[in-house]
Ligand binder design. Structure first.
Ligand code: FEO
Length: 397
């Protein structure tokens, strides 16, 4: 028998642990994930969210540890994405008359599109309340954190916020609470999650933070990863900082190379930043995953991206990184500096296309596009080093 975990009196974590998830639609999840569902034992037996399809048996076994799932009165679906709603059909087979609570209009239309019309739907909007006995639950819609339908559920008497995707981490653990786990690791996973899932919706995140600010919160129970209990202020503060789109004096050098000239340029650029006292991280796209690099773009002011010319364009690895970056970079982000660079034989089209993509992502290109013809030579690399150092100095004036 799998066990439920009580997180507040009469409130249980009944989720599932996906220890072996390693790729969440293109985002590498080296530490797996969890799909958290929560059961409230009140006069109305209330389940908040379900789990990804394929894990239904684990969810039901944990429910059976603390209740008879056929007696569930209310199922609250905070988000239509299948990692949370995918087991609704199995749960509703057990309790077909349960009230299925979802956001209006997008939650309702989303659930109907996935699972049909045949349930006892109860659409809610921000400010709506639902009495389940001793407790009254309320709802706040958090549009685009991460889909149009997202909402959070709040229990005032427990000071508990069921936040769904917000504040989550793809992190499988035998522990449930932040003070039982390695905090720097959880915060790093939360940053990777933010950068790869909700970064484009920074303005919506800021609005959602405003909407939940008046709530008195003891515990934030997300739908992925660890529950925030002792460090909830830390994760709230980090979300405020990330959604402000502020950057730090920090440089990323991201490149791929054919015959090492673009790589030699990358090393010179990295060294010029180091000499200028700006911390650097350098990523060769042959050996680094784009979802890990994306985590760093969240706060880095400088992004140098290098590709040689291949077939009148850039290398496919660099194109994939820039495509991913374009989808995730929030609109209206100010003060980010791009440095396109790369080598070429007879036409500098690779670095030129990198420059176009960086501009499309909202990066200013005050140093222009830095190119090097054929193989590296000491004089050319020294000149590049000096160009970067002088450019940084001007930008910092
Ligand atoms: Fe965890 Fe947007 O689903």
């Amino acid at each position: 028998m799998l066990h439920a975990v009580e997180i507040k009196p009469d409130i249980y974590w009944v989720g599932v642990i996906d220890w072996n998830e390693r790729n969440f639609h293109g985002y590498t999840t080296d530490r797996g994930s969890t799909y958290n569902a929560y059961l409230i034992k009140d006069e109305k037996l209330t389940l908040i969210d379900t789990c990804k399809p394929g894990f239904e048996d684990e969810l039901i076994e944990r429910l059976e540890d603390v209740c008879d799932p056929t007696k569930i009165d209310i199922l609250i679906s905070n988000h239509v994405e299948q990692d949370h709603s995918g087991s609704i059909p199995r749960i509703m087979e057990l309790c077909p008359n349960a009230l299925l609570v979802t956001g209006a209009p997008h939650g309702l239309s989303g659930l109907k599109a996935h699972y049909g019309d045949g349930y006892n739907y109860h659409p809610v909007k921000t400010g709506d309340e639902l009495s389940i006995g001793k407790r009254t639950l309320s709802f706040v819609q958090t549009t685009m954190v991460h889909w149009p339908d997202n909402m959070v559920t709040y229990s005032a008497s427990d000071k508990l916020l069921f936040s769904n995707d917000a504040f989550g981490q793809h992190f499988a653990s035998s522990k449930r609470f932040d003070d039982e786990e390695d905090l720097p690791e959880i915060l790093a996973q939360a940053k990777k999650y933010y950068a790869n899932i909700v970064m484009p919706y920074a303005k919506n995140v800021a609005k959602a933070l405003e909407a939940v600010a008046p709530l008195d919160i003891d515990i934030i129970a997300p739908a992925h990863g660890i529950i925030w209990r002792s460090h909830k202020d830390e994760i709230l503060s980090r979300y405020r900082r990330w959604s402000s789109m502020e950057t730090e004096e920090y440089a990323l050098i991201v490149y791929d190379s054919m015959w090492h000239t673009t790589e030699a340029m990358a090393l010179q650029i990295a060294d010029a930043f180091m000499e200028s006292g700006i911390p650097v991280r350098l990523f060769d796209l042959k050996v680094n995953h784009i979802s890990d690099i994306m985590t760093e773009t969240l706060t880095a002011k400088y992004l140098a991206v290098g590709s040689p010319t291949l077939n009148s364009g850039m290398l496919p690895t660099v194109a994939a990184f820039l495509c991913y970056l374009r989808g995730l970079t929030p609109k209206g982000r100010a003060g980010i500096v791009g440095i396109p660079f790369g080598s070429y034989g007879w036409a500098p089209l690779g670095p030129k296309k990198v420059a176009e993509e960086l501009e499309a992502c909202g990066y200013a290109l005050p140093l222009g596009t830095l190119t090097h013809q054929w193989t590296e030579d000491e004089a050319g690399l020294d000149e590049l080093h000096q160009t970067i150092r002088e450019g940084i100095a001007k930008l910092r004036d």
